[in-house]
Design a protein around this ligand. Structure first.
Ligand code: HEC
Ligand code: HEC
Length: 361
């Protein structure tokens, strides 16, 4: 630790020295001080070995995330569609890009990405986070800026070349380094301090309604025994992050009504028609509207969908066929309210107020 600090100090001195004498070549100073991720009580995250979080890397990624230089007319940034107050999602059904044109899908909550280990986007078309994060920049419906133009903007900026030097040891800014910096910041956004987490840690207690909702959420559907029959949500929204890294069809549309084929657009396999990433339910009360196309405005509509409005199709998840053929989940109004009360306990006030994730500008 001490020698780290010494090296850092030395680095700063060298940088200062190199600024003074313009004729001398700049001295490469990387600052690899690790960024310590607060993972609360979550399992160990999967951070890529070749892009470990450093303080300078995360800080650079954060700055890029909030910099409007990244959009064609400098009017938008990543945070326009991934707002901290909404758990890094946004409230429009289809996020509006620079041309004022909506995209075809609802924004996803960029939270706990470090635990996401099966591709990115609703359809999983991006393999690694670093590939994902540079796509919205060039997407005509999002930031709509040619990569070459962006790299030129950053290269000519008074500060960015030095920031890249400190984070990656090179002041030549490339698409790859840009992706690595944004990947680091996205990986640093962690949610693990909801009321539910506190309940698990024994520092908060659930109300009667929240507790009933919790039981219903986790219990299996069992129409023969109505007293213990649950909604089986955890069948797919599983584990500490309430997701399962899979692509599934949760009975939204019949085959002929699927406007967006989802996962099948990537795999080109019709058995994936209408399958989408099982999203995390952490902070779900903050991330309306819901589903890949934002079709539901409220959690009540979502729970009613599973309760009574599911639609049969050739790719529906098998777990949903059973309730579908048995007259739905048969949840009472009180059950629905209790499940919603439980979902509300997944909101994390620390995440939405943490200054480390806010705009540095
Ligand atoms: C115009 C709105 C908009 C902007 C700007 C935008 N995003 Fe997104 N983001 C979305 C939408 C919509 C999706 C889902 C897209 C899809 O599945 O096709 C998404 C998905 C993502 C995901 C995938 C999350 C997951 O769980 O798979 C990440 C990560 C992400 N965005 C990061 C970024 C970064 C970094 C930037 C800035 C470089 C950015 N976004 C800019 C709207 C936007
Ligand atoms: C068979 C797997 C499965 C089961 C069971 C399931 N879900 Fe889902 N859930 C999904 C998938 C897949 C999506 C995304 C679908 C899409 O966007 O098209 C989703 C989306 C959601 C969303 C929207 C999240 C967002 O960010 O837009 C909520 C809320 C939700 N589910 C809650 C529940 C609840 C509550 C239950 C139990 C009553 C439940 N789910 C049961 C697979 C499932």
């Amino acid at each position: 630790m001490r020698s780290n600090k010494l090296l850092l100090l030395l680095g700063v001195i060298l940088l200062l020295a190199s600024c003074k004498k313009e004729d001398e070549p700049a001295i490469v100073v990387i600052d690899t001080t690790p960024y310590i991720l607060n993972t609360y009580d979550l399992p160990l995250p999967q951070i890529a070995e070749d892009n470990k979080l450093t303080k300078t890397g995360v800080a650079l990624g954060r700055r890029l995330f909030y910099d409007k230089l990244l959009s064609l007319d400098q009017s938008l940034n990543c945070a326009s569609c991934h707002q901290q107050q909404f758990a890094f999602s946004d409230t429009s059904r289809f996020s509006i890009g620079v041309e004022g044109m909506p995209g075809g899908r609802q924004s996803m909550a960029v939270v706990n990405m470090a635990w996401n280990n099966n591709e990115f986007f609703w359809d999983g078309r991006a393999h690694l986070l670093r590939d994902q994060v540079v796509k919205p920049i060039q997407d005509p419906l999002e930031l709509n800026l040619a990569m070459a133009t962006l790299l030129e903007r950053l290269q000519n900026h008074p500060e960015y070349p030095n920031f890249f030097m400190a984070a990656f040891g090179s002041s030549t800014i490339t698409e790859e380094l840009l992706g690595l910096a944004l990947e680091q910041f996205c990986n640093s956004i962690v949610s693990g301090d909801s009321k539910y987490d506190q309940f698990l840690a024994g520092t908060a207690s659930l109300t009667e309604s929240e507790e009933r909702g919790r039981t219903l959420f986790f219990a299996e559907f069992n129409p023969g025994f109505p007293d213990i029959s649950g909604a089986d949500c955890a069948h797919c929204h599983a584990g500490k992050n309430f997701e399962n890294d899979q692509y599934m069809n949760n009975a939204l549309d019949a085959d002929s009504d699927m406007e967006d084929l989802g996962r099948a657009l990537v795999t080109e396999n019709s058995s994936d028609n209408g399958k989408f990433k099982v999203p995390t339910l952490r902070n779900v009360a903050l991330t309306a509207p819901y589903m890949h196309d934002g079709r539901f405005q409220t959690l009540e509509e979502v729970v009613q969908h599973y309760n009574s409005d599911m639609v049969m199709s050739s790719t529906i998840d098998p777990a949903l066929i059973y309730p579908l053929n048995n007259g739905g989940l048969q949840l009472s109004d009180q059950d629905v309210q209790d499940i919603i009360a439980f979902l509300n306990t997944l909101s994390d006030e620390t995440l939405v107020t943490n200054p480390e994730y806010a705009s540095p500008f």
